[in-house]
Design a protein around this ligand. Structure first.
Ligand SMILES: *Cc1c(COP(=O)(O)O)cnc(C)c1O
Length: 395
């Protein structure tokens, strides 16, 4: 069946890109654990290299198992095609190194993923790429920073770890008016609840390590451009930079994607109820969750997302000292970085994921010392609530 005919995400995650194997009919995509592919003769080898004949050459360039994953995510994001990478950071660096030039200017979300910011500021800067980080939830902040060298707008929404939202459609319009590429890191939402390309973005990026794989056992990334020209450009650049995915890694992610819709639905239902529980708790000072009416961009969340996600951040009245006590007392949620897995994870960004970001930048990005980040998993709500309740009672 043609992928365009799948009406629901539930069907897409199971079938798109994951056709039965044409050779033996295997229902699960086979793992082509081969670095290289035999040519029938010299003419065929030459034809493949010249692009006159379809087929595989070498796994750094392309591989059938990896291709299945790329087709799957491209279908979920309604893009032209997918390019799988060894990690989310590899997807981000491939896009930025691939599309920016010496002297290019880039604008990005202040509270963007910590490693993205450090990479841009410490490595891309060596190639004379200049970057401004700003609160992209206010479109005028972006407009003010645009200059003739500006090439690319890189946003993350919901942003990590503050859950501040950026209006994707408004950014897309601004990007079109100013001839910029709009890149959206959609890791926090997952394609189940947000499709940036449909809102006008040019490229969407995922750390598949998170919701797409969903089982905390793989690190990987994917790039999905909306149009063929950008896809072809990045398709050539990825193997040159060398950040390809591995076939076994791709197979695990394909397996994870089959339950993506179920997992996201369950974990965001848990998150919604836990956010309400935390908001009502006397020891909790504040809660940021796009599904709460108190979230400053609740209306935008309703407009551009089909759900509110599984990430919550909050602070306790006793500040970080109280928070430390709490995260040392939880028993079901695991104290670990990363997110989007079936298991709930809790962490303290200021001392962990964002420890490398200078204090001033952390403040600008709203990453306060008391901020605790909770990635809600698929456990039973009653257990998760009881666990947070007992951990808060230790404070
Ligand atoms: C984890 C993460 C990344 C980096 O992905 P890796 O797979 O760890 O390289 C990038 N962006 C966001 C929003 C993330 O959560």
């Amino acid at each position: 069946m043609d992928e365009q005919e799948y009406k629901t995400m539930e069907t897409k995650v199971i079938h798109a890109g994951q056709e039965p194997d044409p050779l033996f009919g295997g229902v699960s995509v086979p793992i082509y654990q081969s670095s290289t592919f035999a040519f029938q003769n010299a003419e065929q080898g030459a034809a493949r290299f010249a692009g006159r004949e379809k087929g595989y050459i070498y796994t750094r360039i392309a591989n059938p198992t990896i291709k299945a994953l790329e087709d799957s995510v491209a279908a979920l994001e309604n893009g032209y095609g997918g390019i799988a990478t060894s990690s989310g950071m590899s997807a981000i660096s491939t896009v930025l190194f691939g599309l920016l030039e010496k002297g290019s200017h880039l604008i990005s979300t202040a509270s963007v993923y910590g490693a993205t910011r450090v990479m841009v500021e410490n490595i891309l800067s060596r190639f004379d790429v200049v970057a401004d980080f700003t609160d992209t939830s206010k479109i005028d902040n972006i407009r003010r920073l645009i200059r003739s060298e500006t090439k690319l707008l890189f946003i993350e929404t919901p942003a990590n770890p503050t859950l501040v939202l950026t209006d994707i459609a408004a950014c897309a319009q601004l990007a079109r008016e100013n001839n910029l590429l709009l890149v959206v890191d959609n890791t926090f939402a997952s394609p189940i609840i947000q499709n940036p390309l449909d809102l006008g973005a040019d490229i969407v990026i995922h750390s598949v390590t998170k919701f797409l794989n969903g089982h905390s056992d793989v690190v990987g990334g994917v790039i999905v451009p909306r149009e063929e020209s950008i896809y072809q450009q990045l398709r050539k650049i990825m193997p040159l930079l060398g950040g390809n995915m591995d076939p076994h890694q791709a197979w695990l992610v394909l397996r994870g994607i089959k339950t993506l819709a179920l997992r996201v639905e369950k974990s965001q239902e848990n998150a919604f109820k836990l956010a309400q529980f935390l908001a009502d708790h006397p020891q909790v000072a504040w809660v940021n969750y796009p599904g709460l009416k108190s979230h400053p961009q609740h209306d935008l969340a309703r407009r551009q997302m089909r759900g509110f996600g599984a990430m919550i951040c909050f602070g306790l009245k006793g500040g970080y000292e109280a928070g430390k006590k709490m995260i040392n007392s939880v028993k079901i949620a695991t104290l670990a970085v990363s997110l989007g897995g079936v298991e709930s994870l809790i962490q303290h960004p200021a001392s962990m994921t964002h420890a490398g970001v200078p204090q001033k930048e952390k403040e600008q990005a709203g990453i306060t010392d008391d901020l605790i980040r909770l990635s809600v998993g698929c456990e039973g709500f009653e257990d998760l609530k009881a666990d947070l309740e007992q951990a808060l009672s230790q404070v």
